[in-house]
Design a protein around this ligand. Structure first.
Ligand SMILES: NC(=O)c1ccc[n+]([C@@H]2O[C@H](COP(=O)([O-])OP(=O)(O)OC[C@H]3O[C@@H](n4cnc5c(N)ncnc54)[C@H](OP(=O)(O)O)[C@@H]3O)[C@@H](O)[C@H]2O)c1
Length: 251
């Protein structure tokens, strides 16, 4: 391949000149997405609830001009504050903040259901709405919702979480059409098991998960690489879909 072609390929996957807002940047997948995007040249607006953990992410960002904002995204005032603090046009918005609760439907309470709805569905949808309303998302920008393979297939005990991630797929499909005139792409990433703090002390469950993944479990790096593709100009023709990443797990 000629050096011109190589340069053009590299440019398609670069994030130089882009500002990317990452929620859930204080831990796990969101943290790695923030770090990897900064290594690709992006300016990062990192947000999370825990000040010390968010600072740890911030310290690992490459380059200059990054911003960190503490916000509980289930709180409308915090979402307004985050949107207002996003001082420049955003070229990429990555919704990683989320929580999982294992809870079979027979044991479900309204409190758990409300928690799953508020953090996993309402918060990313209303933050997106706020940023669009403020004209903060740049033309040809990219919006990513972190879904899960649970959005596409059933697993015992994760009904409420699964339903919220499936619900986001509905938002993705509709918003992709609504934003197509501005060439803003809207997609999901649907990872299977990635050992992070979200799994807590469920070591037995993680061991069991290994047996059904022919390529092994995922890492935050794997998901961050997918995010880079969806944020970069390389994915300019991809919208309204979700990239399933499951290491070959079929069930
Ligand atoms: N790990 C997996 O196996 C897996 C698989 C599929 C999909 N996912 C999805 O990937 C995303 C990231 O998960 P993870 O594994 O990286 O989990 P994690 O390490 O537990 O990180 C969760 C992040 O969400 C933030 N968060 C939670 N509640 C919040 C709230 N009310 N307001 C603002 N931020 C909040 C946390 O912030 P603080 O720590 O600052 O509170 C943290 O940064 C989630 O949406 C999850 O559903 C994960």
């Amino acid at each position: 391949m000629s050096s011109a072609a190589l340069n053009s390929t590299a440019a398609s996957f670069a994030l130089h000149g882009k500002t990317i807002l990452v929620t859930g940047a204080s831990s796990g997948i969101g943290r790695q997405i923030a770090i990897t995007c900064s290594q690709r040249g992006a300016r990062i607006i990192a947000t999370g609830r825990d000040k010390a953990r968010l600072q740890q992410t911030f310290d690992q960002l490459q380059g200059q001009g990054h911003v960190q904002i503490i916000a509980d995204l289930t709180n409308a005032t915090d979402r307004d504050r985050l949107s207002a603090a996003a001082d420049t046009l955003i070229h990429g918005l990555v919704h990683c903040a989320g929580q999982q609760r294992i809870c079979p439907l027979r044991q479900l309470t309204e409190d758990i259901m409300t928690q799953m709805y508020t953090v996993n569905f309402l918060a990313p949808v209303m933050l997106t709405q706020k940023l669009l309303h403020a004209n903060s998302i740049a033309r040809q920008g990219s919006i990513i919702f972190m879904l899960s393979t649970a959005a596409h297939s059933g697993t015992r005990g994760v009904g409420p979480y699964s339903a919220m991630k499936s619900g986001l797929m509905g938002i993705i499909r509709c918003l992709a059409l609504e934003q197509a005139k501005r060439k803003v792409r809207v997609n999901g990433i649907s990872p299977s098991t990635v050992p992070t703090a979200m799994w807590g002390a469920e070591h037995d469950m993680i061991e069991a998960e290994k047996t059904r993944h022919p390529l092994g479990l995922g890492t935050p790096d794997d998901v961050a690489n997918a995010a880079v593709y969806l944020l970069a100009d390389a994915s300019r023709w991809v919208t309204g879909t979700s990239l399933i990443m499951n290491g070959g797990a079929m069930t």
